[in-house]
Ligand binder design. Structure first.
Ligand SMILES: [Zn+2]
Length: 155
């Protein structure tokens, strides 16, 4: 039975005293705006609280998540392209094609948007029915069979 658990565990009054002491000695050596002092105290207090909790090495875990999306997407990113519309993962609005919207509304090009939401580069940000319609239109316009008129060889 070893009880070394309270070796690192200061009572909270000590934490405040430590904080006050550090801040006080900081202020004797540094000019500081009065409205910055609470912020400094908070920082110092957090630091001690952090050390007290024995998590000194895990310091990055609280602030290193900047690559994560800042809010929950309205649907799963991979399910955002649907039959009749595409959901904008930024604002939840739906469109037939997203490319122009994300550029004008969110200032992102398609690749930035895909990178942000971890979407495959090959994914089309176009409603499935819309892209079918487009290819049907292309066929109707004869774009799919442009070799029809070429038959005569000049000899
Ligand atoms: Zn949007």
């Amino acid at each position: 039975m070893s009880d070394q658990t309270d070796v690192d565990t200061f009572p909270d009054t000590t934490l405040i005293e430590l904080t006050a002491g550090v801040v006080q000695s900081y202020l004797t050596n540094n000019q500081m705006q009065p409205d910055q002092v609470p912020h400094l105290m908070q920082q110092v207090h957090d630091k001690f609280a952090h050390l007290q909790a024995g998590q000194g090495t895990a310091d990055t875990s609280t602030t290193a998540d900047t690559s994560e999306p800042q809010h929950e997407p309205p649907v799963k990113p991979r399910n955002s392209v649907r039959k009749n519309d595409v959901v904008c993962l930024e604002c939840g609005k739906t469109f037939q094609t997203l490319k122009r919207h994300i550029r004008t509304e969110h200032g992102m090009d398609e690749s930035a948007y895909k990178a942000r939401w971890d979407l495959p580069a090959s994914m089309k940000l176009v409603a499935k029915s819309y892209s079918e319609k487009r290819s049907q239109m292309a066929k109707d316009l004869g774009l799919g069979e442009n070799s029809a008129g070429r038959g005569r060889k000049k000899q």
